[in-house]
Design a protein around this ligand. Sequence first.
Ligand code: ADP
Ligand code: MG
Ligand code: MG
Length: 871
Amino acid sequence: TKFVYSFTEGKKEMVGLLGGKGSNLAEMTRLGLPVPRGFTISTEACLAYLEEGTLQSELISEIEQQLLELEVVSQKKFDDTVNPLLVSVRSGAKFSMPGMMDTVLNLGMNDVTVETIAVKTANAAFAYDCYRRFIQMFSDVVQGLNKNIFEDELTLYKNKNNYQSDVHMQAEDWKRLTTRYKEIYEAQMGEAFPQDPRAQLSATIEAVFKSWENPRAVTYRRMNNIPHDLGTAVTVQEMVFGNTGMESGTGVAFTRNPATGKAGLFGEFLINAQGEDVVAGIRTPQDISQLAELMPETYAQFLSLAEMLEKHYRDMQDIEFTIEDGQLFMLQTRNGKRTARAAIEIAIAMVDEGVITKEEALNRLTPQMMDQLLHPTFVETELKENKAIIQGLPASPGSASGKVYFTAEDAKRANEAGEKTILLRKETSPEDIEGMAVSEAVVTSHGGMTSHAAVVARGMGSCCVVGCEQLIIDEKQKIARVKDSIIEEGTVISVDGTTGKIYLGHIEKDNPTDESSALGKIISWCKEVATIRVKANAETATEITAAFQFGAEGMGLVRTEHMFFGENRIVEMRKMILSPDSKEKRTALESLKAFQKEDFKTIFRLAKEQHATIRLLDPPLHEFIPTGNEVSKMAAILHISIAEIQQRIASLEENNPMLGHRGCRLAITNPEIYEMQVAAIMEAAIEVTEELGGSVVIEPEIMIPLVSLEAEIVFLKERLLNVIKAVFTEKGKEIPYQIGTMLETPRACLTAGRIGKHVDFISFGTNDLTQLTYGFSRDDIGKFVGDYEREKIIESDPFQHLDEEGVGELVTYAIDRAKAATDKPLSIGICGEVGGDPASIAFLIDKGVHYVSCSPYRVPAAWLTIAQLSL
Ligand code: ADP
Ligand code: MG
Ligand code: MG
């Protein structure tokens, strides 16, 4: 097999073999863009190396051959005393893993070539700057020496000489520093810094291969579901230099704004700088628009190449470039990471521009993005009361409050102890990835919008503010200063990733409202292709309004328990439960009915032709009884003694209330409660139908919970039908309605063939069904589910992801039996927590459910999941 490919031999489709970076460098070369020459060692070579533990001789000779070719075309040579060749060694896997694998620049530098380059360029400062960078990168990437050793040495040198910044470093200074660096290397490694470029090269290639298995890379892959058996490619490329002087520079740019999606170049650059300087956040870079003023021709060329790349790849590009003495070089392009908001804006813009189809647009989004878009923001009025203490760059939107930690490990530890954390650092690096992942927000004092912190946070969809220059951080002392405030470890701050402002203390968050028509547009595209529908679990006017705003097609679960709470209602409810006087009980029931009827009218007015599935009272009565000093108050209202009321309360107590006298069981003992609710529902439906002038006929769906037996349904249905008949007679008007049941006990699923005969719809209550199938208490599973997952006894929490093997089997069985039991069309839905879970939805579609119902904020993600599965 061939292991090494020149840029002229590859193309973008070879991404699996050459990695993202290598295949795109080849593609840009193929398109005729100015790309420094080079070659890529394939991912297969990496896998072979990881298996064997050494570079095989075939590979070594292929590399040698490519190297010779590169020497010929570049007219430069390793170790040459006239025209020395310097290269970069770059890693690149199939999926972009920002900052995971390291790059070595200026390879080929040694004591001789540095002098040659110094003479040749008449720029000794430049030559020694390159050499010291190489020593540092080689030591870090290949030998694992902490780069801080070298950074500290540079700082020490500048301090001793009273230099404010690197600009003051002269040739002699860099030269002396380089000598120090070599001494440090020798002291640490017990051998001199390697002088042979070929030895430098093979050591670096091996190090890049090995870095595929470093813990940071493994963590990143785990977090992003990237397979571990892909390997990384290694690209070897002739160096171009952004650090030769004021006509040179290096930068990173996106073809559209990665935070908002707005069209137009967005990026940063640094004059007289090399490689990682921009991303590492060592100096704060300039906005790309300023390049237009400094180097108008180069800027124009870059702009047109950027536009061309976006058209070619049909997606927003993230481009790295370097300018050497006014000449532009393209060093990388890839589809840019973006926030959820930007992803949606860009997808829509590209459909409008005719670049991609609606289907492609939907496939470029993820359910997580839909969720992210609905992230909460700080309450406006609260924000006004707080004065921001810091203003940084808004790198990734969202808002977060939490306790400050200065290292990733501390943040991780605090998070494990249950704290909400904010990671505060000078700049972040790949070692910080886990601390970043668990933190509510990341804040850095250095760096720009394309710094490591910014890129990683946007990818994770978490809140991030960078470049807070006013913030003086002392990571060792675990303290930061801003003007006259001091932030210590544990101080609570609030971070606004949308404005870049940071506040002391905790700030309340608002529920996000959807003002973006973009979300609405995406949802409407989803609806066009979706094969099943999405409803919402919602009961209050606010929830229902939100649900419709997010595209719900009706309510799959309207819980009614809340209608019994509230100041006046609870008293009536308690009268009904506890009064010894049957007349008083009846009056109480009448007033409850009046309250509920109003509630149902509100629901029907909002829902109109969309159906609302109303679940009759589910919890045990015990949940409504008075406690504490409410007990004596209630006794007074009922004119009974405290002893008497306490006795009645005690009689309602149960050892296992969730397995107890609740749902339809309660209604069989006390049919009057469901009769009251059904009368209220039907009267409300008729009255709202009349209100709407007959333009819409309300068709209520009445759902009976916790059924296990056919006979329960038969018993209750007969009574409810009588109530409905009575309402029709009294009102002199009939409307359509449906009566159905929740399937949420294993027995109900097993006897769905019998139950199905009596109902118009079934809806799986997967929360109770999971609880009863496992015998796991929903409220207590937290105590052990972590251990179960760690020990791989279960793959995931079955209350979050449907347990396909067990609960899923019951669902499948019940659907088949219920359908076979009736000739009428039977509507089948899901209203448990898993109704909003993308993985579970895939399974449920397959089993033939007609809709899922989930909380309002999960509706958009559910639509997208369904649309993608339907395409
Ligand atoms: P990463 O995957 O971390 O982005 P890269 O391989 O892209 O690492 O290298 C980082 C930076 O190093 C690039 O953005 C570029 O500025 C610089 N660089 C890499 N190769 C070269 C080269 N041949 N000439 C000049 N600069 C280079
Ligand atoms: Mg890097
Ligand atoms: Mg790069």
